[in-house]
Design a protein around this ligand. Sequence first.
Ligand code: MTE
Length: 299
Amino acid sequence: MNRRKFLAGAALAGAGAVVGKGVGELISPGFIAQANAKIDGIQKSSFSTTEKITPYNDVTNYNNYYEFSTDKYEPAGLAKNFRTRPWKVKIDGLVNKKQELDVDTIIKMATPEERIYRHRCVEAWSIVVPWVGFSLSELIKKAQPLGKAKFVEFTTIYDPSQMPGQRGGVLDWPYVEGLRMDEAMHPLALLCFGMYGEALPNQDGAPLRIVVPWKYGFKSAKAIVRIRFTDSQPVNTWNRAAPNEYGFYSNVNPTVDHPRWSQAKERRLGEFGKRPTLMFNGYDQVASLYSGMDLKKNF
Ligand code: MTE
């Protein structure tokens, strides 16, 4: 049985298991949202690469999600029952429209697009993923940040009762990431709620994450509950944990090595040899955001 069929079967088995519960529970959005729901009306995007897409099975079983586990193969199982509805996202800080939005309201703000992006982890492995979402700028424009807002900070949910990794001190929780405002407004920066045409699997950051394809994967925060506009550079979790190893910018750069390993090459999941790392992960259109900046210093 392939994994997709297995997943379909598992969803059905789950439906069987709720027999006997009240009707209210049966039709609760939480239940509906978990069933690998297909996303309708997805448009293609000119930002997509034509490179071979990494199989679904690999992308959904080889994860970095420290709230669940530091092991790559465990988040898929540990996140299975993670509750992604109801889900609110707080938008605050230096913004005209401070508000708390339901994730399903956010998802409907713009037409969903499939963005097939290269995704490069700082650990030197990479994948190609058909994400679904729309440009983060669509949400930011609606929120109307004030002129003095220079950065956007993203905060992941903090819920140790559901996330076993948060019961330990591997990282400072909750997970925080940030972008400079012009980076966040770049059309490539994606507000993401799906992959492979379906709602995001929990282990990949459901119900809402960002995907910043020209930066190392840790910039692409999962399970976002807060988007805060600020005039000072946010302290991102990995920078706080090891400031000499993980910077704020974290642009993919073959010429700036991690202190403990080279970034010149990467291993594409499913391939044996290594391939050269591309500057900005191949997304040259962002280069102008960094003109005049020393990218070795601002790593
Ligand atoms: N977001 C949260 N909240 N927690 C994490 O541990 N890991 C990051 C990023 N976002 C992480 C996170 C890292 S290191 C990578 S490479 C990507 O998620 C992995 O995304 P994927 O598992 O969907 O491939």
